[in-house]
Design a protein around this ligand. Structure first.
Ligand code: ZN
Length: 389
C-alpha cells in the first residue's frame, strides 16, 4: 500500500472517530434522541448516523426506546438512549484542602462519592499520588459490582496541558510541570488518565446537563478559592494555543493591589477570591470565617459593608470582562462564594448592570450555576466517556 493510501485510510479513521464522538455528544446532551434528529444536528446522512449508532447498539452502549413523538404510519418511532449502566467513569478532583473521587454515569448522575482529607501542597507530589491511588484502589476492590470505563479524569485547579496530561502550573496546589497522567498510569495500571482544569470541567457539565444546554456560546465564571473562567464557543471548550484561556483571575487590575499567590501584585482575584476577602477582614477580626464576614455584612457592620460592596464590584467587573472578551449568550456564575451565599447572588444580580458596557448589557443572560462543588466530577466524567469511544 502506497503512502497516499495510508494517508487516505488515516483520514477516514480520524473522520469516523470524529463523527462517532460528535454523535455520542449529541446523544448525551439530549439523553434520548431519534436518528433523524441526530442527522439534522450533525449534518450527517441518516445512513451514516445509523452505521455508527448500530455499532453502539451491538456493543450494548445504547438502547432503543419508544419515542414520545409519533412516527409515520402511526407506529411509535424509536429514540436512542445511552445505557448509563455501562458508561460509568471514575473522576478524581484535587482541591486545595482535600481530594475527592466519585463514580458518575453518562446521564450526569453521581453514583458514589468519597472525600480524602489530605492537602496536596503539604507533601510531595509522588507521596500524595501514591496515597490517593492506594485509597482509590482499595475503594474499587471493595465495590467490585461497580464497573467503570478504563479512562479516568483528574480535575485540578490551574493550567493543564490536556493533550499531554500534565499540570503546567497550579498556584493552589503549588505544582509546576507535573506529568500527572503518566504518574497516575504507573500507580494504577490498566487505566488511562485525562487531566482537565476544574472550571473547564464545570463548563462541560453545564453544557451537557445544565444552564448552557440550549446555547452554543457560554462562559462559566468561577468565584471561590480562586477566580477563573471557562469559555465554550460553538459547543467546544475554547483553549487557545496553551490552554490558558480563562485564567482571568491573574489579569492585573490594580498595580497598587495586594500580592497574589502567583507572585504578581493586584491580580483580579486579589479583590474577590475567598482567601483575599479573609485576608482583608483579618485586619479587623483575626481568624474570622467567611460565613462571619457575610454575617457582619447582614448586621450592617460598616467594614463588612465596604468589603462586600468591593467584592460585588470586582465580580461585576469580571462579568464585564468575559462579556467583552468572548461575547457569550450566557454567563454562568459558579464557585463556593456563589453557592454558599444567597445574599451575594442577590447583590450581584442587582448591581452587575452598572458595570457592564451599555451596548453589551442586553446581549447575554446572567445565571447562577445549580452545581455545587460536585459539578467538576460531572464534567470530568463526560470528557472521559466521550474519550472512551
Ligand atoms: Zn495572580
Amino acid at each position: 500500500m502506497g503512502p497516499l493510501n495510508k494517508l487516505q485510510k488515516m483520514d477516514k479513521d480520524a473522520m469516523k472517530a470524529y463523527n462517532t464522538r460528535l454523535i455520542l455528544s449529541h446523544i448525551i446532551r439530549a439523553q434520548s434522541i431519534s436518528k433523524g434528529e441526530l442527522a439534522r444536528l450533525t449534518d450527517l446522512s441518516v445512513v451514516s448516523v445509523s452505521r455508527i449508532t448500530d455499532e453502539f447498539i451491538q456493543r450494548n452502549l445504547i438502547q432503543l426506546v419508544d419515542s414520545e413523538s409519533q412516527g409515520s404510519l402511526g407506529r411509535p418511532s424509536k429514540d436512542l438512549r445511552l445505557n448509563e449502566r455501562v458508561l460509568r467513569a471514575l473522576v478524581i478532583h484535587i482541591e486545595r484542602e482535600e481530594t475527592s473521587f466519585g463514580i458518575v454515569d453518562s446521564s450526569g448522575a453521581i453514583l458514589d462519592y468519597q472525600e480524602l482529607k489530605i492537602r496536596a501542597s503539604d507533601i510531595g507530589v509522588d507521596d500524595f499520588l501514591t496515597f490517593i491511588c492506594g485509597e482509590i484502589r482499595r475503594y474499587l476492590t471493595s465495590r467490585p459490582e461497580i464497573e467503570i470505563i478504563p479512562i479516568v479524569s483528574i480535575i485540578v485547579p490551574g493550567i493543564v496541558d490536556d493533550l499531554g496530561g500534565t499540570v503546567r502550573f497550579s498556584s493552589v496546589l503549588r505544582w509546576q510541570n507535573i506529568d500527572l497522567a503518566a504518574k497516575m498510569a504507573k500507580l494504577m495500571p490498566g487505566y488511562r488518565f485525562l487531566v482537565e482544569n476544574d472550571i473547564k470541567a464545570v463548563a462541560v457539565a453545564e453544557m451537557y446537563f445544565g444552564l448552557s444546554r440550549d446555547c452554543t456560546d457560554s462562559v462559566v465564571l468561577n468565584v471561590g478559592d480562586g477566580v477563573g473562567a471557562a469559555v465554550i464557543i460553538d459547543n467546544e471548550i475554547y483553549r487557545g494555543q496553551n490552554n490558558t484561556v480563562g485564567e482571568i483571575g491573574h489579569i492585573v487590575t490594580n498595580q497598587a493591589g495586594r500580592l497574589c499567590e502567583c507572585g504578581q501584585f493586584g491580580c483580579l482575584q486579589t479583590d474577590i477570591a475567598e482567601w483575599a476577602i479573609l485576608q482583608e477582614a483579618a485586619g479587623i477580626h483575626p481568624d474570622i470565617t467567611i460565613e462571619a464576614v457575610f454575617g457582619a455584612y447582614q448586621a450592617k457592620e460598616p467594614w463588612a459593608v465596604k468589603l462586600i460592596n468591593r467584592v460585588v464590584a470586582g465580580i461585576s467587573l469580571a462579568i464585564n470582562l468575559v462579556v467583552m472578551a468572548y461575547s457569550p449568550q450566557v454567563v454562568i456564575l459558579y464557585g463556593s462564594l456563589i453557592y454558599k451565599f444567597a445574599i451575594l447572588r442577590r447583590l450581584i444580580q442587582e448591581r452587575y448592570p452598572l458595570y457592564v458596557n451599555e451596548y453589551a448589557k442586553n446581549d447575554f443572560e446572567l445565571k447562577f450555576s445549580g452545581y455545587d462543588r460536585l459539578g467538576h466530577l460531572v464534567g470530568g466524567a463526560i470528557r472521559a466517556i466521550i474519550e472512551n469511544f
